[in-house]
Design a binder for this molecule. Sequence first.
Ligand code: FEH
Ligand code: ZN
Ligand code: ZN
Length: 349
Amino acid sequence: MRALRLREWKSDPVLVDVPDPEPGPGQVVIRVGGAGACHSDLHLMHEFEGGQLPWGPPFTLGHENAGWVVALGDGVSALQVGQPVAVYGPWGCGRCARCRPGAENYCEDPANAPVPSGGGGLGLDGGMSEYMLVPDARLLIPLPDGLDPASAAPLTDAGLTPYHAIRRSWAKLPPGATAVVIGAGGLGHLAIQILKATTAATVIAVDTRTEALDLALKNGADLAIPSNDGTTASIRDATGEHGADVVLDFVGTDATLAMAAAAARTLGDVTIVGLGGGTLPLSFFSVPYEVSLQTTYWGTRPELVEVLNLGARGLLQPEIVQFPLEEAMEAYRQMQDGKLAGRAVIVPS
Ligand code: FEH
Ligand code: ZN
Ligand code: ZN
């Protein structure tokens, strides 16, 4: 089969022929129906170098995947050949105190995971190929009726990551509250939909790009504000000078982190999701009183079930641009140039 493989750090991936995977005991092979192209893949291609992560190339890209079961390893009885499934992406050990309730994104025993801290498309072979080997049936969630694999794929990361970040802040988003989404791209446009579907908060989107602000309004944002020197003042203005109860930063640069802290309300949450590499000085007066500041990484398996439920009911609809496997690099180019409105999904077959 053909596979888009990252062969070494700081290189473009290449489309090559590799053997079809065979499932070992407890494993499952799926035919890939969709593999989302994530902004993190650009970091993998251009920024990381040996030793920075506990895993590395070569591996097939694609860490947000869905498809159909094609082969079951010995002992797998919970799935059937032909069944449509989504792949839960962060592959932990499956046995530690975090993994048992499904928070494999925060596995505490990564040495016993298939690969430390990674997953398919992150050190192990991912979904940018015709077939994908999933090392344990527990990592596959049957798709609910109404959801096809190409639409489900982005939900496993671009949907699950903001869902997790928003869900942990639900208590701070009662009616009357305000949530700010910084960066209305692949994750941000779904964050807006999730906020709208699961809270009664007013949603303000912030982005530098006019098209992203248009996308935000189309996806239900109440207000879309260009990112510039006046953004924080506009947010304060829109919130009766209080600031935002929850600020979700899907960019994570120095500039957006400073904006997030300045826009937050006392007792609010500032959550850093984007890998922009920025830093935020923290001191007694640098953020409003009792603002909680956190990073989040991906989401849990039970949360993925909830995200797929929202997707199947039409409450979460990723804006998708489909590309065949041969044009995957074009998808990444458009993403790099900021020309993609929504999420690129590679459909290999
Ligand atoms: C991938 C690799 C490293 C950090 C974060 C990510 C996310 O895209 C996973 O959702
Ligand atoms: Zn990702
Ligand atoms: Zn674990």
